[in-house]
Design a protein around this ligand. Structure first.
Ligand code: CA
Length: 382
């Protein structure tokens, strides 16, 4: 079997109501999907991460101009070999950001293709499934005004709870005083309920403000404090981790075994959050999971993107061992973004959904999803 072509599909959909996270306003949903065609074999689908403000054209250009020429004519089942070839051939201009997102998109598509070729889900190729369902946590609490929304956000917490979520992650990073008001309001809304909280400030602060917020967060028994400082400030991560009681999480803006290896060696994080569409794909997530296992650091993937990235994340979550084994070990938890997203609802025949408090992991071949071609055409801009 040989790869004959790699196609990119750039999807865009303007949001009826733009929303903010700490780094800016998101006006449009976008995605870079990757389709790998073979000579008579199956087709593989993948997705390169496109953060809210990231132009999906960047990863698409890296795929078309830098990576596809390396892969056409190669055997798609040589996944590990191809990963290293892509990484090494782009090292001088890659290593981080959209180039690694491009490698990720291709890598996911190769795993999908291999799963379809062997007739098994990706989790089987990774060594088998530790779980068939996963508990989700609600990601939401985006801002529509910016500041002063504590009351509405407390109501939103109740809505997630009523929808069946028993874990939720609060977006902070809109000024420490505003953040504290939001924490207090949501804390009161969930008081006495069986709810696990996390927070995410999307690296809004330097160490001084991140610590000031952190000391307040320490009053709540939270699962983690995510991206407290900028991804480059590894010493800042380590400092917060040593001073705060709340576990420190990060990694959605870090990449490959090299980047995560550095975070782990410097004791910067308690929980590593590689995003499958950004860290280097299934192959890189597997490398990172092994590093984490060796160092006793929990791996809990960050999940973003369309139904394709969600499906890839579910396959990896199925095959992810717990870091610390025990009879009642803490299991990885699935990031379930609750904001409106047409590429999750419309792009596949069976979108991810919450049933009885859990999300079922597909067990069909490859990613275990089926794309809807009309939906792809509806949002395609290239
Ligand atoms: Ca985040």
């Amino acid at each position: 079997m040989k790869i004959t072509a790699i196609r990119t599909h750039i999807l865009k959909s303007p949001l009826a109501q733009p929303f903010a996270f700490s780094q800016g306003w998101v006006p449009t949903r976008s995605a870079t999907l990757v389709e790998i065609i073979t000579d008579g074999g199956p087709v593989g689908w993948g997705e390169a991460f496109a953060q809210g403000m990231e132009a999906p054209e960047i990863a698409a250009a890296a795929i078309e101009h830098a990576l596809a020429p390396l892969l056409v004519g190669q055997d798609p089942l040589d996944i590990e070999v191809l990963w290293h070839r892509m990484y090494h051939r782009t090292r001088d201009f890659g290593r981080k950001g959209s180039v690694i997102a491009a490698i990720s998109g291709i890598d996911i598509a190769l795993w999908d293709l291999a799963g379809k070729h062997y007739g098994v889900p990706i989790s089987r190729l990774l060594g088998g499934a530790f779980r068939s369902t996963v508990q989700p946590y609600a990601t939401g609490f985006y801002r529509v005004e910016g500041q002063g929304e504590a009351k509405r956000l407390a109501e939103e917490a109740q809505q997630h709870y009523d929808a069946g979520f028993r874990a939720m992650k609060i977006k902070l990073g809109f000024g420490v005083d505003d953040d504290i008001a939001v924490m207090r309001a949501i804390g009161r809304a969930v008081e006495g309920k069986d709810v696990t909280l996390m927070v995410d400030s999307n690296h809004a602060y330097g160490r001084v403000e991140a610590l000031r917020l952190g000391y307040v967060l320490d009053e709540y028994d939270m699962r983690w404090y995510e991206e407290p400082v900028a991804p480059e400030d590894i010493d800042g991560y380590a400092e917060l981790r040593s001073k705060l009681r709340t576990p420190i999480a990060g990694g959605e803006n870090e990449h490959t075994l090299y980047g995560f290896g550095e975070l782990m060696r410097r004791r910067a994080i308690d929980i590593a959050q590689p995003d499958i569409g950004s860290c280097g794909g299934v192959t890189a997530l597997r490398h990172i999971a092994v590093l984490g296992q060796a160092q006793g650091i929990e791996i809990n993937p960050h999940v973003w993107g369309s139904a394709v990235a969600q499906a890839a994340s579910l396959q990896v979550l199925a095959a992810l061992p717990v870091t610390h084994h025990s009879l009642f070990a803490r299991e990885p938890i699935l990031e379930y973004d609750r904001s409106s997203h047409p590429f999750r609802r419309e792009l596949v025949t069976e979108p991810m959904s919450l049933t009885d408090g859990v999300v079922r992991i597909p067990d069909g071949p490859g990613l275990g999803i089926e794309l809807v071609p009309e939906a792809l055409e509806r949002y395609r801009v290239n």
